[in-house]
Design a protein around this ligand. Structure first.
Ligand code: BGC
Length: 785
């Protein structure tokens, strides 16, 4: 044999010996790969991070540079076994990656979709699924495998800093919208990470706060939306939250991650921690044992802890193997494993159209008074407006923190109106434009380096003082005034009542001055709310003629607002949360952080266990949102489900019939009785028979939205409610329990506006589940009697 041939034979032998020893991962040899893994490799698999052979590099702050710059993290590659790294990026309002990369002039902008609250307010599951398909496609085409969203926590309290990322105060809305989003994203062959599991209801002390809550409220409210989406949409991954639930960290909570999630609901994917979740008081072994498969992003010490715990007999290798198997099952599904050739060129133009349509559908018209003999909106004969409020000129497309998106542009109100043929008064526009440029550079110069989130989204700029003289100057030149009231919020901070939930003194002055001067001249005033969360309206709404909640509607914001104001789009959004008169009307406010200056708290304060910061008692129990206001007959500013249209609708022929499978089929015919095309939402509420647990006066059980109905046109909507949703949670028996008797079904277009009622007789129903997540302290639960 010549030398060259013998070298070739030798290298072939070596290669085949290596591959005989080390199987290369595929969908059918997971057990074999698992067997071939060393303990060190198994530990690596469970600790996410860098991609240079071991964990812990480059992604500590949720910003890794390798593979996809600006993605939140990666799972570890083990080339010996053909295991690639996979990439996870934030979520949930679009793909959060760096727009610019070193060494190339190519840009990597992602579409800014409406924030979760705005999406949910569409009540349009088909449209949300379409947004999901676009987001999934951008995830895929930018080389990511999982997007860290949707955000599925409940709006327990209007002051929570991250409510904008979540859908609703109601678990059924959360479950139905979340299911649609997961389906849409995963239809593209990438995964979601539904977050933050669970009860991540406040941001103050978010990494340690103990959410003390009854088993009933957990099952009926905080877990319900996750449960629906797990059962119906099969998410690839779930993110465990930072907080404790009844004394146990969610990320090390066997009850939550195994008994409830896997045993009760049949979840088959992986659980990953929220970011940098290493805790001094939570052994890594407990997390592995609890069913938390992936610690994100990783520290080398965490992998070492796993190895040590196994060697010392503190962690069963079977638990490690179980989690590693789940990781391998996840990896073989990913685009990276399939070696998908991503383009880095998603169709941003097509997705901009989707975001514009979706945001117009999620905007909620709160007020539309008669002005000079006709409704003030849609604007007719208004060709030039005086545009007040700094956010008219610095429109906020999304919130702060990991949920922000590096968008290619944000259409502000000036351009949005201009595109719709409405101009703005020149002097005011000039003053504000110059002020915004100044305020932005000042903010940059003043930046506190510890406030990392200032780089993560568009901070709110201070308002300008609006004087009577300024308004008097504008009034002759304008047909109407539009005032934008902006609010920003985000990760790591809750909102204050003063100045955030309530108006600032400057804003009050601006609204009253603009209204009085414009009204004296017979010209109307419209307020646009550019906020991801609820705010106070009751004290000032009578001063203005129209109020549109635009939320934080994504990059096409100004165009979408103009579509609604001018009537190109007829608003069909409805609130998915109550707008209370005062923040203190919400019962959980008593147990919510009264000291939202989280960064000002000292360790001493921590050690003293501050109520509402270090722990929060869910004394309001099941009475969250409208469940409280409706049951206790407390007035609100705008009720759950509320939203006006430029047309009118009737609902008739409402029926509810047992479906033979213990559930109920509901039908209602919606007719457009007005003069413009429009869409309407039928909301189905149920009052349960007496006899079992104390129940809210009524609870939403399902909903459906019509297609675009022309004037005079009708559509019959058919919906079904499974029996297991017509129950309450019986803690003593660890079961879902539905009483036998008459269930009153109601249909309406908000919780206070019921248009049809009927009853259905149902037999008793029970469904056993695990006894899990028991409170460790006695809570003082709110009850009617
Ligand atoms: C947030 C998550 C986010 C993660 C990665 C955390 O601080 O709570 O929502 O997905 O960071 O950026």
């Amino acid at each position: 044999m010549n030398k060259k041939l013998s070298t070739m034979v030798l290298s072939l032998c070596v290669a085949s010996a290596a591959s005989a020893q080390a199987p290369q991962l595929n969908a059918h040899n997971i057990d074999q790969v698992l067997q071939a893994m060393t303990l060190e490799e198994k530990a690596q698999m469970l600790v996410g991070g860098g991609n240079d052979g071991f964990v812990g590099s480059g992604s500590m702050l949720g910003h890794q540079k390798k593979l996809v710059a600006g993605a939140a993290g990666i799972t570890v590659a083990i080339p010996r076994l053909g295991i690639p790294a996979t990439v996870v990026c934030d979520g949930p309002a679009g793909v959060h990656i760096d727009a610019h990369r070193e060494g190339t002039s190519q840009t990597f902008f992602a579409t800014g979709f409406p924030v979760g609250t705005c999406l949910a307010c569409t009540w349009n599951t088909d449209l949300v699924e379409q947004v999901g398909r676009c987001e999934g496609n951008e995830t895929l085409e930018y080389g990511c495998d999982v997007i860290l969203g949707p955000g599925m926590n409940l709006h327990r309290n209007p002051l929570c800093g991250r409510n904008f990322e979540y859908y609703s105060e109601d678990p059924i809305v959360t479950g139905m919208i979340g299911t649609a989003m997961v389906r849409g994203i995963q239809s593209q062959g990438v995964g979601v990470s539904m977050k933050h599991f669970a009860v991540n209801s406040q941001e103050s002390d978010r990494t340690r706060v103990d959410e003390r809550v009854s088993q009933r409220a957990l099952r009926e409210l905080y877990l319900r939306g996750f449960e629906m989406a797990v059962r119906e949409a099969k998410p690839w991954t779930i993110m465990s939250s930072y907080n404790k639930i009844n004394g146990v960290y969610a990320q090390g909570n066997h009850d939550l991650l195994t008994k409830v999630l896997r045993d009760d609901w049949g979840f088959k994917g992986i659980v990953m921690t929220d970011w940098i979740g290493k805790r001094a008081d939570l052994p890594v072994a407990d997390e592995v044992q609890a069913g938390n498969d992936l610690l994100m992003p990783g520290y080398p010490a965490q992998a070492e802890d796993i190895i040590k715990a196994v060697k010392e007999g503190k962690l069963d290798i079977k638990d490690v193997d179980r989690n590693v198997r789940r990781m391998l099952e996840y990896i073989v599904k990913t685009p990276r494993f399939r070696q998908y050739a991503f383009s880095n060129k998603p169709d941003l133009k097509a997705h901009a159209l989707v975001t514009r349509q979706t945001s117009t559908e999620g905007m909620v018209l709160l007020k539309n008074d008669m002005f000079n003999g006709k409704a003030v909106l849609p604007m007719e004969g208004i060709k030039r407006v005086a545009l007040f409020g700094v956010n008219s000129y610095d429109f906020m497309s999304g919130g702060l923190g990991s949920g922000c998106v590096n968008v290619p542009y944000v259409v502000d109100m000036v351009d949005g109106l201009k595109n719709a043929g409405v101009s703005t008064t020149p002097q005011l526009t000039d003053i504000y434009t110059k002020y915004v440029a100044y305020a932005k550079s000042k903010l940059k110069a003043d930046k506190n380096p510890w406030m990392w989130f200032l780089d993560q989204g568009q901070p709110k700029l201070d308002e300008i003082d609006i004087t009577e003289r300024c308004v008097e100057h504008e009034v002759p030149e304008a047909d109407a005034a539009i005032i934008t009231i902006g609010r920003q919020a985000g990760e790591g901070m809750d909102r204050n009542i003063e100045g955030e939930f309530n108006l600032t003194p400057q804003e009050k002055q601006m609204i009253s001055c603009v209204s009085s001067v414009f009204h004296q001249q017979g010209k109307p005033v419209i307020v646009v709310i550019n906020s991801g969360s609820v705010m106070e309206t009751a004290s000032w709404r009578s001063l203005v003629d129209g109020i549109l909640v635009a939320w934080q509607p994504g990059e096409e914001g100004g165009n979408a607002v103009a579509d609604v104001l001018t009537g190109k789009a007829n608003p069909s959004g409805h609130l998915t949360m109550t707008w209370p008169i005062a923040a203190t009307d919400v019962p959980s406010t008593a147990n919510f952080p009264s000291q939202p200056d989280y960064y000002g708290l000292t360790d001493a304060l921590y050690d003293h266990r501050v109520k509402g910061v270090n722990y929060t008692d869910h004394d309001e129990d099941i009475y969250v949102g409208y469940r409280y206001f409706d049951t206790f007959n407390k007035p609100v500013a705008y009720p759950f489900g509320y939203g006006l249209s430029y047309t009118t609708f009737s609902m008739s022929g409402f029926s509810a019939k047992a479906d033979g499978r213990q559930g109920v089929t509901v039908k209602v015919t919606v007719k457009n009785t007005g003069s413009r095309p429009g869409k309407q939402v039928a909301q189905v509420y149920v009052a349960s028979p007496k006899g079992g647990e104390e129940m809210p006066a009524k609870e939403l059980k399902t909903f459906a939205k019509t297609r675009m109905l022309n004037p005079g046109e009708s559509q019959t909507l058919t919906m079904s409610v499974p029996r297991r949703l017509l129950t309450s949670f019986d803690e003593a028996g660890s079961q879902w329990k539905g009483e036998a008797g008459d269930y009153t079904f109601m249909v309406g277009d908000n919780v206070e506006h019921i248009l049809g009622k009927t009853t259905v007789k149902l037999g008793a129903y029970t469904e056993k589940v695990s006894d899990a997540l028991k409170p460790q302290v006695k809570l003082n639960l709110l009850r009617k009697k």
